[in-house]
Design a protein around this ligand. Structure first.
Ligand code: PLP
Length: 424
């Protein structure tokens, strides 16, 4: 990937050199960005729901399906050995992407949701009991609420919720006050999908560990935008999804510290997760295989590895810097519009701009923008407690990726003005 160096004007007026990505070259890698929708060039601003796939990842899928496909771990023939090698190579790519210590700490799942459910079943059911407390935050996605609620109902455990302020930032004093001798688990998102808030997870993890409490981080919205280091964060579990990271659907990752994964119960039973089976007794396989029952999504895992290669080719720190520029620009332009309220104004945000237009239902906003080829998401974004906190039924959400441009944000702003002309 070609990166070009440009001199740009800094926010405070001074000139400074920064590395800038060659956006046109990058966009050319994404065939879908050439589409016309409603007769207009597609402006894809729904990346928090699912991002698009570059040609090298598409090519990797075609190569796998046309030259490498077989079931893994189970045969000595050429194709099976090749598919196994590529599948395990993808695991190592994920390990390096997260900077995990060992590849056996990387479990392939169907996505973030399944990764969190795996921890709820494998860790929660074994180590959380009656009267124990699980801490969540007010800005979680349903995927990081409902599994814990199910566990609490089953075990008689209690959910405690970290509140947030009107900007969408968690209240850290109140977070600290939630800990007591009954606290057994903290499940927290790294970045909020509805508000864009980046939580100070490293500090929060350290605080939880000070109380002996393990921590799961839902990284679905962080992995595509931030450079990650699970050892530096010191989280016990980290979950993310391939389809938000320019990879395919049907693949996700759970990172877990080896010593915790070793202690956990399997999530599902079946082939591959066993060492031996009799009708009396089963001996489980070692990690990570203990948690990968049945034929895994082989193609999707290999394609996720290719997506990671692609992102590394650009550089996560460059992606982070460029997306910050996009978000700052979008925030400035949208907040200048009369009658538009941005929901989620945290000091530290990533790639998400939620807003409401006074007097217009968000679904109407999405429908009108679609007429101009602009794809945003409207609704509760699987975060109904966030909507309740901000007293709105839904928001309109534009979410950015490194292949978006300021010109696309200008089109979004023109689209919002058009909606206002039509409805107000
Ligand atoms: N957590 C967050 C913060 C998300 O944004 C999402 C998806 O939008 C999920 C979890 C669930 O991800 P998936 O549907 O890929 O399992």
């Amino acid at each position: 990937m070609k990166i070009e160096r440009m001199a740009v004007e800094g926010m405070n007026g001074e000139r400074k050199d920064i590395d800038r990505m060659n956006i046109e070259r990058i966009r050319a890698d994404f065939p879908i960005l050439n589409l016309q929708v409603s007769g207009k060039p597609l402006v894809y601003l729904d990346n928090a729901a699912s991002s698009q796939m570059p040609q090298p990842v598409i090519d990797r899928i075609v190569r796998y399906q046309s030259q490498e496909h077989a079931n893994i771990h189970r045969a000595v023939h050429h194709l099976s050995e090749l598919a196994t090698k590529e599948f395990e190579a993808a695991r190592i790519k994920v390990q390096h992407f997260l900077k995990a210590k060992e590849s056996r700490e990387i479990i392939f799942t169907r996505g973030t949701t399944e990764a969190i459910n795996l921890v709820m079943h494998g860790y929660g059911r074994a180590f959380i009991g009656k009267g124990d407390e699980i801490i969540l935050s007010a800005l979680e996605h349903h995927s990081n609420i409902v599994p814990w609620q199910m566990l609490a109902q089953e075990k008689g455990a209690v959910l405690r919720v970290i509140p947030m302020n009107d900007a969408g930032e968690l209240l850290i004093d109140e977070f600290e006050a939630l800990f007591n001798s009954k606290t057994k688990f903290l499940a927290l998102s790294h970045v909020s999908n509805a508000l864009g808030t980046v939580n100070p997870v490293k500090e929060m993890i350290a605080y939880a560990h000070h109380h002996g409490v393990p921590v799961l981080i839902d990284g679905a919205q962080a992995a595509p935008h931030l450079s990650l280091d699970v050892r530096d964060l010191d989280c016990d579990f980290y979950a993310f999804s391939g389809h938000k990271l320019c990879g395919p659907t049907g693949i996700g990752v759970l990172y877990g510290k080896a010593q915790l994964l070793e202690k956990m119960q399997p999530y599902q039973g079946g082939g591959d997760m066993i060492l031996s089976v009799t009708f009396e007794r089963t001996t489980y396989n070692v990690i990570p295989y203990k948690f990968e029952a049945g034929t895994p999504p082989i193609m999707a895992a290999i394609a996720l590895g290719a997506a990671i290669d692609y992102l590394n080719g650009i550089g996560l720190s460059k992606i982070e810097a460029y997306e910050k520029e996009l978000l700052d620009y979008a925030t400035e332009r949208v907040s200048a519009l009369a009658g538009v309220r941005i929901i989620g104004t945290a000091r530290k945000k990533a790639a998400v701009l939620s807003f409401e237009i006074k007097g217009v239902h968000p679904h109407d906003v999405g429908t009108i923008l679609n007429e101009d080829g602009i794809a945003i998401r409207t609704g509760h974004h699987c975060a109904q407690p966030v909507m309740q906190r901000f007293k709105v039924p839904a928001t309109a959400r534009a979410s950015f990726a490194f292949y978006n441009t300021k010109e696309e944000i200008d089109k979004l702003v023109d689209g919002i003005r058009k909606v206002q002309r039509m409805f107000i």
